[in-house]
Design a protein around this ligand. Structure first.
Ligand code: MN
Length: 307
């Protein structure tokens, strides 16, 4: 099953090039009062929602997928966990390129030593919202990654049991400003985590370790690999993450990017594809300042020749 969120936070059941508007199935969710839970309510009740979708889908309105504004399929994750340097060929390209390693190649270590990092929840958008670049004077890169959505609360999960805790898979983009700051800082501006185009339930992806993934930038293929080249697979990443924090329904694990990262600038169009999930188009623009120091982060610095 493929579930999307679209428009003004409608719930959609994706069937090929059509989407059934099954928003009425959200009526099975409990009513929450303040304080709100620290997990995603839809993912926490996903089995009940899917049961209800089964009852109402046939009589639900049918829309064309094309033209719908797709939002992140997870609206309120408790946390966004990300894997650094989880493909050996990407680790090699970072080690050999001073623009990628910020001049500190000796500081690069494997994921076994680096562990995982967190991205701000406020960085999360869907493909229809696009990427708004901050700090145009610096190098901003695309990173395509298989994203795992956790379905059940758990900690200290063994890799043997780990896939039982998966609610589904999506395509993730881990947009990154290059530099010396902590990853959590330079990968967390608004819109720097894109999740989409929908959530695919695990019955459609029995082996997340055998998926082609790629990214095209303005029609040119930049990244093209397979999740079999991940240093730590999905099960190992769940084991690692859950050994440091309890995982909750809706938590997202972005599993790392393969080689081929490259700069993006306003006006670019990204198409990211993962086998058995689908493709999503994401447009790149410059961020607008909302109050504060008007325009400073984009207007006073001219974009250099970054490509
Ligand atoms: Mn990444």
């Amino acid at each position: 099953m493929r579930l999307c969120r679209f428009g003004d936070s409608r719930l959609g059941l994706v069937e090929g090039s059509k989407v059934r508007d099954v928003t009425a199935a959200l009526d099975v969710l409990p009513a929450y009062r303040y304080p709100l839970p620290g997990y995603d309510p839809l993912i926490a009740s996903l089995e009940d929602v899917i049961d209800r979708i089964g009852q109402i889908a046939a009589s639900s309105p049918v829309l064309a997928l094309e033209g719908l504004r797709l939002l992140s399929p997870v609206a309120n994750p408790g946390k966004i966990i990300a894997a650094p340097v989880n493909y050996a060929a990407h680790l090699s390209e970072v080690a050999s390129d001073s623009q990628l390693n910020a001049g500190n190649p000796g500081h690069l270590v494997t994921i076994h030593k680096a562990g995982l990092f967190l991205k701000a929840n406020s960085s999360l958008v869907g493909p229809g919202e696009g990427i708004a670049l901050w700090h145009l004077e610096r190098r901003n890169d695309h990173e395509v990654e298989l994203a795992v959505v956790i379905g059940k609360r758990a900690n200290n999960v063994s890799r043997k049991d780990a896939l039982q805790y998966v609610a589904g898979y999506s395509i993730g983009l881990d947009i990154s400003i290059r530099g010396q700051e902590d990853r959590s800082f330079r990968k967390s501006p608004d819109s720097y985590t894109v999740l989409g185009p929908w959530l695919v339930t695990p019955d459609e992806i029995p082996d997340p370790g055998q998926l082609d993934l790629s990214i095209r930038l303005n029609g040119e293929t930049k990244q093209s690999s397979n999740t079999k080249y991940m240093t730590l697979g999905v099960a190992e990443l769940i084991e690692m993450a859950s050994s440091f924090y309890t995982l909750h329904p809706g938590d997202i694990i972005s599993t790392g990017t393969p080689e081929g990262v490259s700069p993006i600038v306003p006006g670019d169009v990204i198409v990211a594809t993962i086998e058995k999930i689908g493709s999503m188009e994401v447009k790149v623009r410059a961020a607008e300042t909302i109050g504060g120091r008007h325009g400073e982060h984009n207007v006073s610095h001219k974009a250099g020749n970054l490509r």
